[in-house]
Design a binder for this molecule. Structure first.
Ligand code: ADP
Ligand code: ZN
Length: 210
């Protein structure tokens, strides 16, 4: 099954992607994570992307399209995949179509802006392995320490409040039109994000079966 997870930044796409990944045994592919890894390694692409990310802007289409082409060509995507954070613009969606990739379902996780702002301020990531946490919804076992690797938990620069507002604007302007794009294609399933992650998960799994 080839899936896309759509939603505002901080709507919980990543968490739902992990759940589906476990359930269906297909890889979850996060362009945000791939870019941050490149950044940490100091590759040319990572360096280029940094200024956009820190400003809450999207990385240029040709860069992310290149990343996705490379990633989807790998063997582990043969049986299907979950795209988390791609496409984020109409040209990115058109590029997927042009690659001849058939999408089975697009799951759109809806969370109102006020809640997004609140959630993003509580988000923390491991500075070593990138695992994500939340001060309220997904607490680490030990404050400030990663459950997986004991790395230090930090706030991403682009999760700071000013940048969050910019990212939300970018989402409404550039990403939200994808709802219409995929709705017209008959692929869109809307999931209302719930207060509890587990409750959202139930709805996501149901959307997969519909
Ligand atoms: P979130 O977890 O908040 O949804 P991501 O981790 O997916 O955010 O992405 C972080 C940043 O990486 C984005 O704000 C953007 O700058 C860049 N990025 C990720 N995916 C894409 C994409 N498909 N197109 C353009 N930029 C992207
Ligand atoms: Zn870690």
């Amino acid at each position: 099954m080839n899936l896309i997870l759509l939603g505002a930044p901080g709507a919980g796409k990543g968490t739902q992607a992990e759940v589906i990944c476990d359930k269906l045994s297909i890889p979850a592919i996060s362009t945000g994570n791939i870019i941050r890894e490149a950044l940490a390694k100091g590759t040319e692409m990572g360096v280029k992307a940094k200024s956009y990310i820190d400003a809450g802007q999207l990385v240029p289409d040709e860069v992310v399209i290149g990343i996705i082409k490379e990633r989807l060509a790998k063997d582990d995507c043969q049986k299907g995949f979950i795209l988390d954070g791609f496409p984020r613009t109409i040209p990115q969606a058109e590029a997927l179509d042009a690659m001849g990739i058939v999408i089975d379902k697009v799951i759109d996780i809806e969370v109102p802006d006020e809640k997004i702002i609140k959630r993003m301020s509580g988000r923390r990531v491991c500075s070593k392995c990138g695992a994500s946490y939340h001060l309220e919804y997904k607490k680490p076992a030990k404050d400030g320490v990663c459950n997986v690797c004991e790395g230090e938990l930090i706030q991403r620069k682009d999760d700071h409040p000013d940048t969050v507002l910019d990212r939300l604007n970018v989402y409404h302007e550039q990403t939200e039109p994808l709802k219409d794009y995929y709705s017209k294609a008959g692929l869109l399933k809307v999931v209302e994000g719930q207060e509890e992650v587990a409750d959202t998960t139930v709805l996501t799994l149901k959307a997969l079966e519909d």
